[in-house]
Ligand binder design. Structure first.
Ligand SMILES: Nc1nc2c(c(=O)[nH]1)N[C@H]1C(S)=C(S)[C@@H](COP(=O)(O)O)O[C@H]1N2
Ligand SMILES: [Mo]
Length: 365
């Protein structure tokens, strides 16, 4: 290990926007989308606290709680267990926040709080099975080594706390959920959680705990800061609003090109290009509108469909001859019949921005 230090500093790759430093929040330049896998120098970074200084050679993860045989395992030993590689998109639940009105406090992500990469690791289920999950267990708590306090949102953190999230036992035992040490075939960068991080394909990014230090099987639901005061919303399907955690990804598409305020030559042929994704399902359709949502037609889905990854898509557009402003939109549908909504659901607070976003461009003669 230690390979990471010789590589290009994250946040300095062309096009990457440094939204914040310490804690690091770097945005992927979504308008440069081309390849199915995001190159590792440009995968977005989203952290709540400063990167913890860990020694990968000595780091160990403890597995405990409601298990028969609690144990600790060194990262160096864990990386020799039978591994799997899973392609998965990560989207921050705050991606697209800049489009919210009224504006929110918090990191102002545009379209680049999302990336798609190949992750190599050991299934979390294998680590849990080795410990022997006790009957009556319901969740698995994953705790990172980073710690700090937050002044926003209110109420503030109860003093200094670690970043921690729980997963329902069923998802934690699902074979695609990994404790990973590599991204796109290379050792994780420290900003992405070196030496070990969780990857929860199909869920918003906050579930994929970085710098993993503790795994605890729980016999009751966990209600920590990052799944109640942050990353939660209101569900109104009952007689009274119910606080629900952000979990599975919503169906969503984004236009990479053109980008907002791009100038497009009148009468030209333009290739509208973007990506679409969803949670525990597959993207089945992307529709495109070049007239602000009045009319829609199907875009072409590109490449093979890979569960938990994004699907690239394109639409050829014969640009009108009249100059002026135009609003472009894309709308995805998934195999569970979920369709990207046209309007924002205010019960989602400042996260899960999945509604159709308008991209305004200028046609110039
Ligand atoms: N320990 C720890 N894990 C974390 C976070 C964090 O701040 N600390 N941020 C989460 C959030 S909100 C997201 S979107 C993803 C981002 O992963 P990345 O920085 O590798 O892109 O990490 C998640 N895991
Ligand atoms: Mo996030």
């Amino acid at each position: 290990m230690g390979e990471g230090e010789s590589r290009q500093k994250l946040g300095s790759a062309p096009g990457v926007t440094v939204r914040q430093k310490n804690p690091d929040n770097f945005e992927y330049p979504f308008s440069t989308l081309e390849d199915f896998l995001t190159d590792e120098e440009r995968v977005f970074v989203r952290s709540h606290f400063e990167v913890p200084e860990l020694d990968p050679a000595r780091w160990r993860v403890d597995v405990g709680g409601a298990v028969e045989r609690p144990y600790g395992i060194r990262a160096s030993e864990l990386t020799r267990l039978p591994s799997r590689t899973v392609t998965a998109l990560l989207e921050c639940a705050g991606n697209g926040r800049v489009y919210l009105d009224p504006p929110i406090v918090g990191v102002r992500w545009e379209l680049g709080g999302v990336s798609c990469a190949e992750w190599t690791g050991v299934p979390l289920s294998a680590l849990l099975e080795r410990a022997g999950v006790k009957g009556g267990a319901v969740e698995v708590l994953l705790v990172g080594a980073d710690r700090g306090t937050l002044k926003y949102p209110e109420p503030t953190t109860p003093g200094e706390i670690p970043f921690a999230r729980s997963l329902p036992l069923e998802k934690a035992m699902s074979p695609e959920v990994l404790v990973a040490w590599a991204m796109n075939g290379r050792e994780l960068r420290k900003e992405h959680g070196r030496p070990l991080r969780v990857i929860v394909p199909g869920w918003y990014g906050m579930a994929s705990v970085k710098w993993l230090g503790h795994i605890a099987v729980l016999d009751r639901p966990y209600r920590g800061y990052f799944q109640t005061f942050m990353y939660a919303g209101w569900d109104r399907r009952l007689e009274a609003p119910d606080l629900v955690q952000v979990g599975e990804l919503e169906v969503k598409s984004q236009i990479a090109r053109p980008s907002t305020r791009e100038v497009i030559p009148a009468g030209s042929d333009y290739r509208i290009f973007g990506a679409a994704w969803t949670g525990e399902a597959d993207v089945t359709r992307v529709e495109v509108s070049v007239d602000g949502g009045l009319t829609w037609s199907d875009g072409a889905l590109l490449g093979p469909q890979v569960r938990y990854a994004w699907r690239l898509w394109e639409k050829h557009w014969t640009v009108p001859r009249q100059p002026g402003m135009r609003v472009l939109m894309s709308r995805a549908t998934d195999s569970r019949g979920r369709v990207q909504p046209m309007t924002r659901d205010p019960d989602r607070g400042d996260s899960m921005v999945s509604h159709v976003l308008p991209i305004e461009v200028e046609i110039r003669g």
